[in-house]
Structures are given as structure tokens and as C-alpha cells.
Design a protein around this ligand. Structure first.
Ligand SMILES: Cc1cc2nc3c(=O)[nH]c(=O)nc-3n(C[C@H](O)[C@H](O)[C@H](O)COP(=O)(O)OP(=O)(O)OC[C@H]3O[C@@H](n4cnc5c(N)ncnc54)[C@H](O)[C@@H]3O)c2cc1C
Ligand code: FES
Length: 387
């Protein structure tokens, strides 16, 4: 099913910094239900461009738990098409086509009340992070640490709002700003100095790629389990005039007749239909793995390849580290060999307690299967001895 777009109206434009504007959006009454959202989610926008259409995602910086209107923050990217167009042209009263809110960069409802929360934002990466911050402070008692890195003081987006939250919640919110202009890039030591409760805390990271690399590697060195780390990558899809033709003829690849997909703690067997992506096959089989853009850039459909091989048409949403540890995008993947293919949709990206739990229950069911097999073998031996 492709992404559906609805017409929203710009109700306010707020100049945040020289490079960034926020846009408040109003939703027609009949769509209010569809536009319910969780802090950390994003909208996908479709805009006309020359003789084709372009899509881009922008995270919601507003917080539904506080009843705030939908708001996005868009920072200019040098040479970028849409970020500059929106900053220059989108005015109050204009219409814009947007998807319903999507995304798995959200607070885990099952750990809302307890685990410490670490929020790492770089530049425009603060948009989903401030929504998570407001939500955590509004509806939980969690202690929160925000590290926000920017080039300089003038680049800070939502600075007044952050200052106000820090003053109102000084008992459980620590805010650290880092400015590259005042002592160079963020260092691992600065990140390490903030860490505590690394076995139970949750970590949300969003910012430019080098910033995310630094945070991810520092957390890994500190022994933080990857299930506790949530990552949002701000990438653009390849526009239709920039798409690179897939060098591989997908139809020529070998494929198994079925593949296994772990979803919601259970393994499902899915028939593979040649030419379709793994996401389409799963949907045909009546399953609903998480997904959003279906174009390889939002990362909502990440899954771990446990056995077998896949070929991805594109994978903007994944880092080199993701690819090295066997993460694939279901919406872009087809099997690339006839060996058995098993994927795990539970254990990546949306690293919630339920996903952790489902991987425990998976381990439990694997142990149960081993125990049942051992029991059968023992039974057979006993019967042989008796006869
Ligand atoms: C889930 C998600 C949430 C996001 N949330 C936000 C947010 O809250 N705020 C925000 O500001 N951004 C956000 N982004 C990023 C946003 O979607 C865009 O990627 C960003 O605004 C840049 O888009 P653009 O059209 O301006 O730039 P693009 O036109 O995509 O260009 C980006 C850069 O790549 C270069 N480039 C790309 N293709 C080519 C090519 N073929 N040849 C030469 N140069 C090329 C451009 O020159 C430019 O430097 C988010 C992204 C995702 C996936
Ligand atoms: S659904 Fe967005 S990357 Fe697959």
C-alpha cells in the first residue's frame, strides 16, 4: 500500500534561527483521528517539483500530550531542494500534502515510568528530540539528560523552550549544550561524563551522521545494549531524477520459496513472490511489519537478517554499521540466494521493552523447542531399551 497524502494548512510560521523555520499545520476536522500522533513521529510531505513530485520527511517537534498543534522544524541544507524551498516559500494559509504521522522513534510505553532517558541531538536533530523531551516530562517521572550539539549559540533551535523546561524540571532534567565554535567537535569523553544507569536507561539519538557515529560508538564502548538505543536518521530519498538504476537484475537472483519473519514475538512463514519486496510479500500474507515511506529512507521497516542473503535496491536509512551487523530494509529487499532466509523484525530500530520481551519469549520458545526435541530423543531411546 503506497503512502496516502492529505491536504493540511499552514497556520503559523516561526523563524527559529537564521537557518531554520517551524511551521504549524492545521488538520481538517474529519482527519483529526488519523493525525493522532506520538512524540518523536514524523510526517512525509509530497511537493511538486518541475515535472515530477518529491517526498521528504519532517519530524514533529510538537507534543500531543500537551495538546500542541502539529509543528515541524525545517533547517536549510546547503544545496538542498525542499528544505530551502520550504524556508523561502511556505507561508501562512498555504496548503501542503502530508502523510499521517508515522515512525518508531517514540517513547516505549512500557518503560515510561522508570528508566532514565538520554536524549542526544545535533542541529536539526532536535526536532523529534524536543518532542520526546516534552512528552517524557509531561507524562512520566523519568530523569532526563539532554545533550544538544550545535555549531554555535546562534544555531540553537528551540533554545527558549529548552531553557524553560530546564527551569521548570530542574529536579530531573539535565541540559548540556555543546558548541563546536567554542572548543571543537563533541568528544567521547563529554558523552561518557554524562552516562549513568547504562544497563537500564534508554538512549535516543538524532543528528548529522558524524555526530550519530560518535554517540553510537561511545555508547557501544560503554557497554550499552543495542536494544536500548533508538536512532533517527535524517536522510532524503533519491528523487526520481536522481535515482540510480539498480545495477543488479533482481529477476535473475535465486530465491527460496518461502522466508521466515519474526514479528511480535512469533515466527511466520511467508511465501516469496518473485519481483515483490519482502515487505509486499509479508503484506500479501496478511502481516503488518512496521513501515512508512516504502522508499528506503525512513528506516521504519528495519529487520535483522538472521540467515540467508538479501539484495537491497537502496538503503539510505541505514548506516555502514547497520549493514555490517545484518540490518535490512524490508521495503527494499528481495532474496539474493536460495538458502533459507530468516529475518527478525522485532529486534531492530523499535527497541521497546515489548521487542526485548519478544526476543526473550523467542529465546524461551527456542529453548522449549530444544527441550521438546531432547525429550523425544530420550523417549525413543527408552523405548528402544525397553524393547
Ligand atoms: C524520518 C525523518 C525525519 C526528518 N526530520 C527532519 C526535521 O525534523 N527537520 C529537518 O530539517 N530535516 C528532517 N529530515 C531531513 C529531511 O527529510 C531532508 O532530508 C532535508 O531537509 C534535506 O532535504 P532537501 O530537499 O533540502 O535536500 P536534498 O535535495 O535532498 O539534498 C540534500 C543534500 O544532498 C545533495 N544531493 C542530493 N542528491 C544529489 C545529487 N544527485 N547530486 C548532487 N547533490 C545531491 C544536495 O546538494 C544537498 O547537499 C528528516 C528525515 C527523515 C528521514
Ligand atoms: S518503509 Fe521507510 S525505509 Fe522501508
Amino acid at each position: 500500500m503506497s503512502v496516502q497524502f492529505h491536504e493540511l494548512t499552514v497556520s503559523a510560521v516561526i523563524r527559529e534561527t537564521a537557518e531554520c523555520s517551524s511551521f504549524e499545520l492545521s488538520v481538517p476536522a474529519e482527519l483529526h483521528e488519523k493525525y493522532q500522533y506520538k512524540a518523536g513521529q514524523h510526517l512525509t510531505f509530497e511537493l511538486p517539483w518541475e515535472d515530477f513530485k518529491i517526498t521528504r520527511c519532517y519530524s514533529l517537534s510538537s507534543c500531543a500530550d500537551l495538546g500542541e498543534p502539529l509543528k515541524i522544524g525545517v533547517k536549510r541544507v546547503e544545496g538542498g531542494r525542499i528544505s530551502n524551498w520550504l524556508n523561502d516559500n511556505l507561508k501562512v494559509g498555504a496548503s501542503i500534502m502530508a502523510s499521517v504521522p508515522e515512525g518508531r522513534f517514540v517513547l516505549d510505553p512500557e518503560t515510561r515510568s522508570s528508566a532514565p532517558l538520554f536524549l542526544f541531538a545535533g542541529g536539526s536533530g532536535v526536532t523529534p528530540i524536543i518532542a520526546l523531551l516534552k512528552s517524557a516530562l509531561a507524562i512520566t517521572k523519568r530523569s532526563v539528560t539532554l545533550l544538544y550539539a550545535n555549531q554555535d549559540r546562534d544555531s540553537v533551535i528551540y533554545g527558549d523552550e529548552i531553557d524553560r523546561l530546564a527551569a521548570e524540571h530542574s529536579d530531573r532534567l539535565i541540559v548540556r549544550h555543546h558548541f563546536d565554535a567554542e572548543g571543537g567537535y563533541l568528544s567521547p569523553a563529554e558523552v561518557r561524563a554524562l552516562l549513568h544507569d547504562t544497563d537500564t536507561a534508554e538512549f535516543y539519538v538524532c543528528g548529522p551522521e558524524p555526530f550519530m557515529e560518535l554517540i553510537e560508538s561511545t555508547l557501544a564502548e560503554a557497554g550499552v545494549h543495542e536494544e536500548l538505543i533508538y536512532i533517527e536518521r535524517f536522510v532524503s530519498p533519491a528523487d526520481s531524477d536522481r535515482v540510480e538504476v539498480d545495477a543488479i537484475d533482481v529477476a535473475s537472483l535465486e530465491a527460496p520459496e518461502t522466508f521466515s519473519l519474526w514479528l511480535d514475538g512469533r515466527s511466520r512463514t511467508v511465501p516469496y513472490v518473485s519481483g515483490k519486496t519482502l515487505l509486499q510479500c509479508a503484506q500479501d500474507a496478511g502481516l503488518q511489519p512496521a513501515h512508512s515511506c516504502e522508499s528506503g529512507y525512513c528506516g521504519s521497516c528495519m529487520a535483522n537478517v538472521k540467515t540467508g542473503k538479501v539484495h537491497m535496491r537502496t538503503h539510505e536509512a541505514l548506516s555502514k554499521r547497520d549493514i555490517a551487523r545484518g540490518v535490512a530494509l524490508l521495503c527494499q529487499s528481495v532474496p539474493a540466494s536460495s538458502e533459507p532466509l530468516e529475518l527478525d523484525s522485532d529486534s531492530t530500530s523499535f527497541r521497546t521493552a515489548s521487542a526485548v520481551k519478544s526476543s526473550y519469549s523467542k529465546r524461551a520458545s527456542q529453548l522449549a523447542a530444544v527441550a521438546a526435541f531432547a525429550f523425544m530423543v530420550a523417549g525413543t531411546l527408552v523405548l528402544r531399551l525397553v524393547h
